[in-house]
Ligand binder design. Structure first.
Ligand SMILES: [Zn+2]
Length: 256
């Protein structure tokens, strides 16, 4: 089985588009449909034909290009069964534990409510690749538009079960501003300080900071670190539950 090819490109203001291509079968999927023009340009550049849109959630910068791409390519649209009425053009309905296969590459679907009530992630586990949409960002997580802190913390814990080397492909380049907030939570975290130096160098060179790895996120992302003594001291929540610490961290970020 040949490795998946992943083509990453910036689009809209600060989104990332992703084409996922299986060389053996010739099949290609786009993760979400942020910008149909940019996606078609990327497809043409590789000589690939679009077979699938894999939607993570219904927001305009994720599913807004569904119908235009379906009309021009005849692709099949995969999305959350629980959000079928909000995913334009949906053809295949998936739920927790379902699989989607691109050739011989299998993505496990996990439901990660919080940012929206029916957000899903696509985990290509054998490939050590996770497309997490707006659930997990590098050093951040999605805002809680439709879910509770407890739901989001449960969702993030599902992603945290993956191996540390798993590449985390999120949908936005928010890393540097997320990191500035993270430093207010854990100013003495050596992994965070090192990551911020790396991120500054990447951005200065015009390079993406995405993907990161799950191991890096566990070491630097305050939303994955409610057990951190330093984070708890910052929040004055030494004896609180992880969910309470997560909720307070999210609240502080909303006000940052
Ligand atoms: Zn969103």
């Amino acid at each position: 089985m040949t490795a998946l090819q992943i083509h990453q490109f910036p689009c809209l203001g600060d989104n990332y588009g992703y084409l996922v291509h299986d060389p053996d079968s010739g099949l290609t999927a786009t993760i979400d449909s942020p910008d149909p023009g940019a996606i078609r340009h990327a497809l043409d550049g590789h000589g690939w034909k679009l077979d699938y849109i894999l939607n993570t959630h219904h927001h305009e910068d994720h599913a807004g290009g569904n119908l235009a791409l379906k009309a021009s390519t005849g692709c099949t649209i995969v999305g959350a069964r629980a959000d079928a009425e909000r995913i334009p053009g949906i053809d295949i309905f998936v739920s927790e534990g379902d699989s989607f296969t691109l050739g011989k590459h299998t993505a496990r679907i996990i439901e990660t409510p919080g940012h929206t009530r029916a957000h899903i992630c696509y985990l290509f586990e054998a490939d050590r690749v996770a497309f997490v949409g707006d659930t997990l960002f590098s050093m951040g997580c999605g805002r809680l538009f439709e879910g509770t802190p407890a739901q989001m913390w449960t969702s993030l814990q599902k992603v945290m079960q993956l191996p540390d080397e798993t590449k985390i492909f999120c949908a936005h380049e928010y890393t540097q501003s997320n990191g500035r907030f993270a430093l207010t939570m854990e100013p003495d975290n050596p992994a965070l300080l090192a990551r911020m130096r790396e991120v500054a160098a990447l951005r200065a060179a015009g390079q993406p900071t995405v993907p990161s790895t799950l191991g890096t996120e566990k070491a630097t992302n305050p939303f994955l670190r409610p057990a951190s003594t330093e984070l708890r001291a910052t929040l004055g929540l030494a004896a609180a539950t992880d969910t309470e610490v997560f909720a307070e961290t999210r609240k502080r970020k909303d006000q940052f």
